[in-house]
Ligand binder design. Sequence first.
Ligand code: MTE
Ligand code: MO
Length: 190
Amino acid sequence: MFSQNLKNRTPQGQFLTEKFPVLTYGPTPVLDKKTWKFKVFGLVEEAKEFTYQQFLEMPQVKIRSDFHCVTRWSKLDNDWEGISVLDFMKNIKLNENAKFVLVHGYGNYTTNLPVKVFLDDDTIFAHTHNGKPLTTEHGGPLRLVVPKRYAWKSAKWVNGLEFLEKDVLGFWEKNGYNNNADPWKEERYW
Ligand SMILES: Nc1nc2c(c(=O)[nH]1)N[C@H]1C(S)=C(S)[C@@H](COP(=O)(O)O)O[C@H]1N2
Ligand SMILES: [Mo]
């Protein structure tokens, strides 16, 4: 049996797994860190492009968090290492009307978030999971992790951020998943 403590950390309708299942829609992009690019565009003072090396030169942090997939598995205590969104965003000056972000991934995956949710102190661009380089299946070389939302908001193989005034639905948000996606409110589907 799980201890009460673990139960408290498992949202309604989820079961715990120690494994790390892979959940990908479509093919898995295999990327070369040398040619990898990350673009920031839309409602920003200046559109910018970053290389993987530039991400490695930014401050590196470790953030422990829980991961909840809408297909009902949760994996607790993931040690993600990488660049916190707050540190990354020190490179970017947002326009005042930038209220939403559409996160882009290689393979045309997208997911959307309010800027306020994106700029939380536990969101991270991760290249390492539990001490090991993020595997390709799990989004390597770099993925987003948004612990307070169902895991489809944690885009793998990220390659860009598009800042917007009005919300634009991402891939799963257009295909039946709830736009807000808070696992503690069981916001699973439309
Ligand atoms: N680019 C991309 N990111 C993605 C997905 C995807 O299909 N493509 N699947 C999402 C879903 S539904 C989940 S549950 C998590 C799964 O992450 P994992 O495969 O590392 O467990 O990634 C999310 N990020
Ligand atoms: Mo998922």
